[in-house]
Design a protein around this ligand. Structure first.
Ligand SMILES: [Cu+2]
Length: 263
């Protein structure tokens, strides 16, 4: 029995490690933003460190199960080993804090550093259970939004104030289209609960929090259609909350803006 259990632990360990190998086919899709290379490097570093520890710990468990299998003796109760516990707690703390610090520069580049001055500003609003992308229109200004005016039934889900001239040309769309190779600044907002804007190919993931305007910026380098799932459990319909990032050529993007404004 002990041999079977030890073999099962080893088998499950190796099988779960297989799915994390880039060659398994379950890896992240290729990246399309300036953060991709650094992000993937950091991701791999984290995975190797945690993977080695995971492997060693599980193999030690399998070995212990087999080596000290039942021999008819009576199990002894021990109180623990404070020295060992301090050592592995501190070691785990040092590893995790170091990894967080090592990854900070990617976070700072996308979120803290200011977006390039010529970046296209797009507001992305989360709502149970849809996304709305708002474009400022030709005037480059977003109109004021008023919670009392938010009404989907009259086509004003974001409550854009009709009294504010800056809002007249604002465009609200269910998808986010951007031109390829142009910097884009996203301003994340939420109407109700916390949602999460995430595009795997951009290697970006950020909460949209009611009352806050969370900013991030990126430049997409590959034309295509990329899923924007909500990555924060936000209620019953969370599973169906998604939009798409459509990366277009500049001409197609401009045409899309015109076509969308006419509708
Ligand atoms: Cu959501």
């Amino acid at each position: 029995m002990a041999l079977l259990l030890a073999l099962a632990i080893t088998g499950i360990t190796l099988a779960s490690m297989y799915y994390f190998m880039p060659s398994s086919g379950y890896w992240l899709p290729p990246f399309i933003s300036e953060y991709g290379a650094a992000y993937d490097k950091h991701f791999m570093l984290t995975l190797v460190i945690t993977g080695v520890i995971f492997f060693l710990a599980q193999i030690a468990l399998a070995y212990t199960v087999f080596r000290y299998r039942g021999q008819g003796g009576k199990a002894q109760y021990i109180l623990g080993n404070p020295k060992l516990e301090i050592v592995w707690t501190v070691a785990a703390g040092v590893i995790f804090v170091s990894l967080v610090f090592a990854g900070q520069n990617i976070w700072v580049r996308a979120h803290i550093e200011a977006a390039p001055a010529d970046a296209i500003k797009i507001e992305m609003w989360g709502q149970q259970f849809v996304w709305y992308a708002r474009y400022s229109g030709p005037d480059g200004q977003f109109g004021r939004t008023v919670p009392e005016l938010m009404k989907e039934s009259i086509g004003n889900p974001l409550g854009i104030d009709p009294e504010d001239p800056a809002g007249k040309d604002d465009l609200v769309m269910p998808v986010m289209a951007v031109p390829v190779n142009k910097p884009v600044e996203v301003i994340l907002r939420s109407k109700d609960v916390i949602h999460n804007f995430s595009v795997r190919e951009l290697r970006i993931k950020q909460d949209a929090v009611p009352g806050l305007e969370n900013r991030l910026h990126f430049t997409a380098s590959q034309i295509g259609n990329y899923e924007i799932p909500c990555m924060e459990i936000c209620g019953l319909g969370h599973y169906q909350m998604r939009s798409f990032l459509q990366v277009k050529s500049e001409a197609d993007y401009n045409q899309w803006l015109i076509d969308s404004a006419i509708q």
